[in-house]
Design a protein around this ligand. Structure first.
Ligand code: IPE
Ligand code: IPE
Ligand code: MG
Length: 256
């Protein structure tokens, strides 16, 4: 289980604007990192070049999250549906993942990042599974930034698995059907213990969730950026946070 989060004020920049409600940074930001292929195409480069440049943007987004005091960052790196891409692209992506894990994990550990994986890590090559498990173990004591990487992740799969697990608990007499409420159901999801995302950013101009965190996104603020993922940087992260702070979150209640 991870600790409850507090909402932190954004670092002040410029004079205060008293007419606005108090600004708070999102505790949990999730990012659909899209547009690597288009970035490469625009440069006449192979898609691999776009994915490689996307790795740099991952580094920048983690640094930005830490700098802005965001406690939870979830990155959609590979969807369950992405296995349908040509084998050569899947091989490129898994190769980059392997490389990233080997080169980055020590840095992440040093930065106080705790890494978790959601999705189906078991579908990746055995050495990648070993690296992922080792990274989770190595960083398990950290709590500066809770970083979740979604790998072979699909929200429908996740919800279905949770439904099966809940049903199995009921059948085994460990859970009474009438006790299966929303929090209890969420405890069967891969994201158990992590607060729902406050802000979901999607780059590349596409405006859809693509099977990402469908349960958890119930009241997330969605910010779509026209920047392609390999170009994503600190300023884009800050812009998304700024847009978030302008939104009025009502959760179905009346304004104010
Ligand atoms: C995101 O970039 C990376 C993954 C989905 C793995 P894309 O590869 O989807 O790039 P576009 O959408 O084709 O530009
Ligand atoms: C969503 O991007 C998945 C990731 C960013 C990992 P896609 O490029 O796969 O999504 P669609 O196909 O455009 O919906
Ligand atoms: Mg895409």
């Amino acid at each position: 289980m991870q600790p409850a989060t507090e909402q932190r004020p954004l670092p002040a920049s410029g004079p205060p604007e008293p007419e606005l409600p108090p600004r708070t940074a999102p505790a949990h930001v999730a990012i659909i990192m899209d547009g690597n292929g288009r970035w490469a195409k625009a440069r006449g480069l192979p898609r691999l070049a776009g994915h490689r440049a996307g790795g740099e943007a991952v580094r920048r987004s983690i640094a930005a999250a830490i700098r802005h005091g965001v406690r939870f960052l979830t990155l959609y790196a590979f969807s369950a549906e992405n296995w349908a891409r040509p084998a050569s692209e899947v091989l490129d992506l898994t190769g980059l993942l392997r490389h990233y894990l080997k080169s980055e994990i020590a840095n992440l550990a040093e930065e106080g990042v705790r890494l978790s994986v959601i999705g189906e890590p078991g579908r990746f090559a055995p050495d990648i599974q070993t690296e992922l498990a080792a990274a989770e173990r190595l960083t398990a004591g950290n709590e500066r930034l809770f970083l979740t990487i979604a790998l072979s992740y699909g929200a429908r799969n996740e919800i279905l698995a949770a439904a099966r697990a809940a049903a199995a608990a009921v059948l085994a007499g460990k859970l009474r059907l009438e006790d299966l409420d929303e929090p209890r159901f969420a405890s069967f999801l891969a994201t158990a213990g992590t607060p729902d995302p406050d802000l979901i950013i999607r780059t590349s101009g596409e405006r859809r969730l693509s099977n990402f965190l469908l349960w958890q996104a119930a009241y997330a603020e969605l910010v779509y950026l026209d920047v392609l993922w390999p170009d994503f940087g600190e300023a884009d992260f800050a812009a998304a946070l700024a847009e978030y702070t302008q939104r009025e979150r009502r959760f179905g209640a009346r304004p104010g």
